[in-house]
Design a protein around this ligand. Sequence first.
Ligand code: HEM
Length: 179
Amino acid sequence: MFGMIHRSARDMVLAQFGQQAWDEILKRAELDDTSFVSGESYPDEVTFKLITTAAEVANLSVDDTLHAFGEHWVAAAWGGPYATVMTVLGRSLGESLANLDRMHASIQIAMPDADLPQFAILAEDEHRIEIEYISNRAGLENFVRGLFRGLMDRFGIKGEVVYAQAPDGARIFTILMAQ
Ligand code: HEM
Protein backbone atom coordinates (compact mmCIF):
# COMPACT_ATOMS: atom_id res chain seq x y z
CA MET A 1 0.00 0.00 0.00
CA PHE A 2 0.97 3.60 -0.36
CA GLY A 3 3.35 5.23 2.11
CA MET A 4 0.62 7.66 3.14
CA ILE A 5 -1.08 4.74 4.91
CA HIS A 6 2.15 3.96 6.77
CA ARG A 7 2.58 7.60 7.74
CA SER A 8 -0.89 7.67 9.18
CA ALA A 9 -0.16 4.54 11.21
CA ARG A 10 2.98 6.22 12.50
CA ASP A 11 0.99 9.33 13.53
CA MET A 12 -1.46 7.16 15.43
CA VAL A 13 1.27 5.27 17.30
CA LEU A 14 3.14 8.48 18.14
CA ALA A 15 -0.04 10.13 19.46
CA GLN A 16 -1.15 7.16 21.52
CA PHE A 17 2.06 5.44 22.60
CA GLY A 18 4.94 7.84 21.95
CA GLN A 19 8.31 7.81 20.23
CA GLN A 20 9.77 4.89 22.18
CA ALA A 21 6.96 2.57 21.07
CA TRP A 22 7.40 3.70 17.48
CA ASP A 23 11.15 3.08 17.54
CA GLU A 24 10.50 -0.39 18.96
CA ILE A 25 7.99 -1.15 16.17
CA LEU A 26 10.45 -0.09 13.46
CA LYS A 27 13.18 -2.21 15.03
CA ARG A 28 11.05 -5.34 15.42
CA ALA A 29 9.46 -4.98 11.97
CA GLU A 30 12.87 -4.24 10.42
CA LEU A 31 11.50 -1.15 8.73
CA ASP A 32 13.02 2.26 8.28
CA ASP A 33 11.85 5.66 7.13
CA THR A 34 12.15 4.70 3.48
CA SER A 35 8.79 2.88 3.81
CA PHE A 36 6.99 6.11 4.57
CA VAL A 37 7.13 8.14 1.39
CA SER A 38 3.49 9.22 0.80
CA GLY A 39 3.32 8.84 -2.95
CA GLU A 40 5.25 5.57 -3.16
CA SER A 41 3.61 2.17 -3.27
CA TYR A 42 5.00 -0.67 -1.12
CA PRO A 43 4.15 -4.37 -1.06
CA ASP A 44 1.14 -5.10 1.18
CA GLU A 45 3.41 -7.32 3.29
CA VAL A 46 5.12 -4.16 4.55
CA THR A 47 1.77 -2.71 5.64
CA PHE A 48 0.69 -5.92 7.35
CA LYS A 49 4.05 -6.28 9.06
CA LEU A 50 3.68 -2.74 10.38
CA ILE A 51 0.18 -3.41 11.73
CA THR A 52 0.97 -6.78 13.31
CA THR A 53 4.13 -5.42 14.95
CA ALA A 54 2.27 -2.36 16.24
CA ALA A 55 -0.33 -4.73 17.76
CA GLU A 56 2.45 -6.73 19.40
CA VAL A 57 4.16 -3.68 20.89
CA ALA A 58 0.85 -2.13 22.06
CA ASN A 59 -0.26 -5.49 23.43
CA LEU A 60 -3.48 -5.39 21.41
CA SER A 61 -5.02 -7.90 19.03
CA VAL A 62 -4.42 -7.34 15.32
CA ASP A 63 -8.20 -6.92 14.88
CA ASP A 64 -8.38 -4.19 17.54
CA THR A 65 -5.34 -2.47 16.05
CA LEU A 66 -6.88 -2.48 12.57
CA HIS A 67 -10.13 -1.12 14.00
CA ALA A 68 -8.31 1.67 15.85
CA PHE A 69 -6.37 2.50 12.70
CA GLY A 70 -9.60 2.76 10.68
CA GLU A 71 -11.06 5.20 13.18
CA HIS A 72 -7.83 7.18 13.23
CA TRP A 73 -7.63 7.31 9.42
CA VAL A 74 -11.06 8.88 9.04
CA ALA A 75 -10.55 11.39 11.86
CA ALA A 76 -7.12 12.34 10.50
CA ALA A 77 -8.39 12.61 6.90
CA TRP A 78 -10.83 15.34 7.90
CA GLY A 79 -8.08 17.37 9.51
CA GLY A 80 -5.13 16.67 7.25
CA PRO A 81 -3.97 17.40 3.71
CA TYR A 82 -6.86 15.34 2.27
CA ALA A 83 -9.58 17.39 3.99
CA THR A 84 -10.77 18.80 0.66
CA VAL A 85 -11.06 15.28 -0.77
CA MET A 86 -13.21 14.34 2.21
CA THR A 87 -15.68 17.16 1.50
CA VAL A 88 -16.73 15.18 -1.61
CA LEU A 89 -18.33 12.74 0.79
CA GLY A 90 -21.27 14.90 1.79
CA ARG A 91 -23.18 15.88 4.87
CA SER A 92 -24.68 12.67 6.18
CA LEU A 93 -23.55 9.13 6.82
CA GLY A 94 -25.71 7.69 4.01
CA GLU A 95 -24.49 10.29 1.55
CA SER A 96 -20.85 9.70 2.55
CA LEU A 97 -21.11 5.96 2.10
CA ALA A 98 -22.75 6.44 -1.29
CA ASN A 99 -19.91 8.76 -2.34
CA LEU A 100 -16.97 6.64 -1.18
CA ASP A 101 -16.30 5.22 -4.64
CA ARG A 102 -16.41 8.69 -6.18
CA MET A 103 -13.92 9.92 -3.58
CA HIS A 104 -11.52 7.03 -4.18
CA ALA A 105 -11.92 7.50 -7.94
CA SER A 106 -10.61 11.04 -7.57
CA ILE A 107 -7.62 9.63 -5.70
CA GLN A 108 -7.07 7.00 -8.38
CA ILE A 109 -6.43 9.79 -10.89
CA ALA A 110 -3.55 11.09 -8.78
CA MET A 111 -2.38 7.58 -7.85
CA PRO A 112 -2.95 5.29 -10.84
CA ASP A 113 -1.23 2.35 -9.09
CA ALA A 114 -3.53 2.42 -6.06
CA ASP A 115 -5.65 -0.68 -5.67
CA LEU A 116 -8.71 0.90 -4.12
CA PRO A 117 -11.76 -0.84 -2.67
CA GLN A 118 -15.35 -0.35 -3.76
CA PHE A 119 -18.49 -0.13 -1.70
CA ALA A 120 -22.07 -0.93 -2.74
CA ILE A 121 -25.05 0.04 -0.64
CA LEU A 122 -27.43 -2.93 -0.61
CA ALA A 123 -30.18 -1.63 1.68
CA GLU A 124 -30.82 1.48 3.68
CA ASP A 125 -33.49 2.76 6.06
CA GLU A 126 -33.47 4.97 9.16
CA HIS A 127 -32.25 2.12 11.40
CA ARG A 128 -29.64 0.35 9.34
CA ILE A 129 -27.41 0.54 6.30
CA GLU A 130 -26.17 -2.63 4.63
CA ILE A 131 -23.08 -2.19 2.53
CA GLU A 132 -20.89 -4.54 0.56
CA TYR A 133 -17.13 -4.10 0.62
CA ILE A 134 -15.35 -5.18 -2.55
CA SER A 135 -11.57 -5.41 -2.45
CA ASN A 136 -8.68 -7.40 -3.85
CA ARG A 137 -7.26 -7.56 -0.34
CA ALA A 138 -8.08 -9.99 2.46
CA GLY A 139 -7.82 -9.38 6.17
CA LEU A 140 -8.83 -5.74 6.35
CA GLU A 141 -12.41 -6.24 7.57
CA ASN A 142 -11.68 -4.77 10.98
CA PHE A 143 -10.01 -1.79 9.36
CA VAL A 144 -13.25 -1.26 7.41
CA ARG A 145 -15.32 -1.57 10.61
CA GLY A 146 -13.10 1.11 12.16
CA LEU A 147 -13.50 3.34 9.09
CA PHE A 148 -17.29 3.08 9.30
CA ARG A 149 -17.12 3.76 13.03
CA GLY A 150 -15.04 6.86 12.27
CA LEU A 151 -17.64 8.06 9.77
CA MET A 152 -20.42 7.43 12.32
CA ASP A 153 -18.52 9.47 14.92
CA ARG A 154 -18.11 12.25 12.41
CA PHE A 155 -21.88 12.50 12.04
CA GLY A 156 -22.62 11.90 15.74
CA ILE A 157 -24.28 8.56 15.08
CA LYS A 158 -24.28 5.94 17.82
CA GLY A 159 -24.69 2.26 17.17
CA GLU A 160 -22.65 -0.65 15.96
CA VAL A 161 -21.04 -2.09 12.87
CA VAL A 162 -21.57 -5.79 12.27
CA TYR A 163 -19.57 -7.78 9.74
CA ALA A 164 -20.65 -11.03 8.12
CA GLN A 165 -19.57 -12.93 5.06
CA ALA A 166 -22.47 -13.96 2.81
CA PRO A 167 -22.65 -17.58 1.56
CA ASP A 168 -21.37 -16.42 -1.84
CA GLY A 169 -18.32 -14.83 -0.19
CA ALA A 170 -19.54 -11.23 -0.38
CA ARG A 171 -18.30 -9.15 2.53
CA ILE A 172 -21.29 -7.42 4.08
CA PHE A 173 -21.23 -4.75 6.78
CA THR A 174 -24.40 -3.68 8.57
CA ILE A 175 -24.43 -0.37 10.35
CA LEU A 176 -27.07 -0.52 13.08
CA MET A 177 -27.98 2.98 14.19
CA ALA A 178 -29.12 3.54 17.76
CA GLN A 179 -32.19 5.77 17.88
C1 HEM B 1 -9.37 11.59 2.09
C2 HEM B 1 -9.58 10.39 2.54
C3 HEM B 1 -9.05 9.14 1.90
C4 HEM B 1 -7.98 8.96 1.10
C5 HEM B 1 -6.96 10.00 0.62
C6 HEM B 1 -7.92 7.55 0.78
C7 HEM B 1 -6.94 6.95 0.02
C8 HEM B 1 -6.65 5.62 0.03
C9 HEM B 1 -5.43 5.03 -0.47
C10 HEM B 1 -4.28 5.77 -1.15
C11 HEM B 1 -5.49 3.71 -0.22
C12 HEM B 1 -4.41 2.65 -0.51
C13 HEM B 1 -4.56 1.99 -1.83
C14 HEM B 1 -3.27 1.28 -2.20
O1 HEM B 1 -2.24 1.46 -1.56
O2 HEM B 1 -3.27 0.49 -3.19
C15 HEM B 1 -6.77 3.48 0.44
C16 HEM B 1 -7.19 2.25 0.84
C17 HEM B 1 -8.41 2.03 1.45
N1 HEM B 1 -9.41 2.95 1.66
FE1 HEM B 1 -9.31 4.92 1.36
N2 HEM B 1 -8.97 6.91 1.37
C18 HEM B 1 -9.68 7.83 2.08
C19 HEM B 1 -10.80 7.63 2.85
C20 HEM B 1 -11.42 6.41 2.99
C21 HEM B 1 -12.67 6.19 3.67
C22 HEM B 1 -13.51 7.30 4.35
C23 HEM B 1 -12.94 4.87 3.59
C24 HEM B 1 -14.10 4.06 4.06
C25 HEM B 1 -14.99 4.44 4.92
C26 HEM B 1 -11.83 4.24 2.89
C27 HEM B 1 -11.66 2.89 2.65
C28 HEM B 1 -10.47 2.29 2.28
C29 HEM B 1 -10.11 0.89 2.45
C30 HEM B 1 -10.99 -0.19 3.07
C31 HEM B 1 -8.82 0.72 1.94
C32 HEM B 1 -7.94 -0.55 1.93
C33 HEM B 1 -7.72 -1.10 0.58
C34 HEM B 1 -8.58 -2.31 0.29
O3 HEM B 1 -9.52 -2.58 1.08
O4 HEM B 1 -8.35 -2.98 -0.73
N3 HEM B 1 -10.95 5.21 2.52
N4 HEM B 1 -7.46 4.65 0.54
